[in-house]
Write a protein that binds this ligand. Structure first.
Ligand code: URA
Length: 434
């Protein structure tokens, strides 16, 4: 450390430990000093834990987010002749919605500058999914990103090192200090990147239920409200949907399997829940962007969304016609009884997918493109003893045992409830616009 610092990290930590509001200069300083290495990891860890335990008010969260944005570049798309609009999902099992959604919204007149991440833990990452397409490249320069956006109306690529570098350091530290779960820290982490990305409008898909980061719907609502507030304060037209993640989305989890399902949606087919959520989010995005008179359902039916997808994949070196990787080995899991499927544990399916090799446990690990799970029946459907429930895929069969272990009791089969309906969260749990 060199030079005279404006504050002492110990004083800032003590202030939050004692439940005081942090001042604007304290927040600006600690984020800047931590990013340039003048505050040690152990000091920031203590502050993060104090924030997790004692919280931050809305002014502190907003200032903290601004300081994170200012730690790096803020992108600007004002040269485009279409309104920019993006979507962010807090992540769930089988959540491949970005793949059909970005080209669909572009086909309806939006410009979608989507900076995405890789998966960590039980939820998959959009870039990992797209990288299963032979030749497709996630890393683009800002000029390349602009060229793809101008040509195709949508670009999905990796966030460069210049975007909210404070978040990169903070997120890595939170991961190893049990401080990921704090709403002020999650909200500022997500929104600093989305605001720095330069989109004019944003729709947040905040997942809730057993397979989500925020299993409790009230906590998911609070996170959604906090993020909508941050977006609005920064001049981004932001709204949020709180959506169901008690059951996996669609019928696949795993990288290439999810690309295949997304292409089915773009071809006018695909599972009903994926199609429904894609259309709901597309309408919300078009509305937030002020684009009127375009029907996303027509763009799925008339092939224009598929044309945009193909152009977008080609523009990033991918071959939309190439065969997707298929795992070398597979195992079928069958129903142990006949009856109605009453539930399917999304978290267990997510963890099994990860254990099969589709996800990573540490930053930088490689993932298997073909690994994952195909789901043959969903809750509410009738199954017969011995009929297939899941097909598991991996290149490394020694992974099957641990995946099968977590899938034990992941579905409940029994008689149809007297109500004639299986209890599930509604697809859209809540909508938060202000
Ligand atoms: N995703 C992020 O980018 N940040 C978080 O804190 C949690 C999820």
């Amino acid at each position: 450390m060199s030079g005279v610092e404006a504050f002492s990290a110990v004083e800032v930590i003590a202030a939050k430990r004692d439940r005081h509001e942090l001042s604007d200069p304290q927040i600006d300083w600690i984020i800047d000093a931590y990013t340039r290495g003048a505050v040690a990891d152990e000091q920031m860890s203590a502050l993060l834990m104090a924030i997790l335990l004692n919280g931050m008010n809305s002014h502190e969260i907003s200032r903290w987010t601004d300081a994170m944005i200012k730690s790096g570049e803020r992108m600007n798309w004002s040269m485009l002749d279409r309104p920019t609009v993006d979507k962010h999902s807090t992540g769930g099992v089988g959540d491949k919605i970005t793949l059909p959604l970005a080209p669909l919204v572009a086909a309806c007149g939006g410009a979608v500058p989507q900076l995405s991440g890789r998966g960590l833990g039980h939820t998959g990452g959009t870039l990992d999914k797209l990288e299963s397409i032979p030749g497709w490249r996630a890393s683009l320069s800002n000029d390349e990103m602009l060229a793809v956006l101008k040509d195709c109306g949508a670009v999905i690529c990796a966030a460069g090192a210049g975007l909210a570098p404070a978040d990169k350091k903070l997120y890595a530290l939170r991961d190893v200090t049990a401080t990921v779960e704090a709403i002020p820290l999650i909200a500022s982490s997500i929104m600093s990147k989305k605001i720095a990305e330069g989109t004019a409008a944003l729709v947040l898909d905040v997942k809730t239920g057993g397979g989500a980061f925020m299993s409790d719907p009230d906590r998911a609502r609070e996170l959604a409200r906090t993020m909508v507030n941050l977006g609005k304060r920064a001049g981004v037209n932001t709204r949020a949907l709180v959506t169901a993640m008690d059951v996996p989305l669609g019928l696949t989890a795993g990288n290439a399997l999810e690309v295949r399902e997304s292409v089915e949606v773009l071809a006018g087919g695909g599972p009903a829940d994926i199609v429904e959520l894609t259309l709901i989010l597309a309408r919300e995005m078009l509305d937030a962007a002020g684009i009127r008179g375009k029907d996303p359902e027509t763009a799925l039916r008339d092939g224009s969304a598929m044309d945009t997808w193909r152009r977008m994949i080609k523009a990033q070196g991918g071959d939309p016609d190439a065969a997707l990787p298929v795992a070398k080995e597979s195992v079928v899991v069958s129903a142990e009884a006949s009856g109605t499927m009453l539930s399917m544990d999304a978290m267990k399916v997510g963890v099994a997918t990860w254990r099969l090799g589709a996800g990573r446990s540490r930053q930088g690990e490689t993932v298997q493109a073909g690994a994952g799970i195909e789901i043959h029946n969903k809750p509410g459907e009738e199954v017969t003893k011995g009929s297939p429930i899941y097909t598991l895929h991996t290149d490394t069969p020694e992974r099957f045992a641990r995946a099968l272990e977590i899938l034990t009791n992941s579905v409940v089969i029994g008689p149809m409830p007297a109500s004639g309906k299986v209890e599930r969260l509604p697809l859209i749990v809540d909508r938060i616009v202000d």
